[in-house]
Design a protein around this ligand. Sequence first.
Ligand code: SF4
Ligand code: SF4
Length: 183
Amino acid sequence: MSLEVLEGRSCGSCTACCSFAPIRVETLQKPANSLCRHCAEGRGCTVYDVRPAVCRGFYCGYFFLPELGPEWHPERSGVVIRSESFNNDTITILVLELTEFLISEDFAGMVGAWVAEGIAVEFERVGPEGHLPAKMRVNELLEDAVAARDLREMHKVFAWSLAHIDQSHAWERDETVFYSALA
Ligand code: SF4
Ligand code: SF4
């Protein structure tokens, strides 16, 4: 998968990755699924000029996949495509919010196309604050519905998979303690 940032893509006022991502570098450490203390509501990063390289260089999948239209922007969709998974020819879809986008044709059509292409597709949830995320592969669950182009059945699988992660996963606390040498 291409890792060239597409022209015209921007974060806007999204700060999702300042929250869901764990950071463990020398100058900044924070647990997964907890908002970085340098992220201020409405202002974004308050240490922007000195933010660590891991923040400067991070782009979610929306920046790389031309097939994702504006409706896929994390702020609108409530989902983040994890670019870290591209190395394994996998699409990991982090579902931050259960929005109407999940029952849209845009979402089902794109997920169905990935499954039909043989790309591994995973759904991921963040769980409780300060805990590590959990994910599951959904290809096998979706195969029949995708082959039949049955959107209703696909939506059922989406809902079941997300509920299954939320209800059955033993969430593991991220023991990282917040630390910053930036301010
Ligand atoms: S999740 Fe994507 S759009 Fe949102 S802040 Fe991170 S890189 Fe930007
Ligand atoms: S240092 Fe800034 S960019 Fe990095 S996680 Fe914190 S608020 Fe976000």
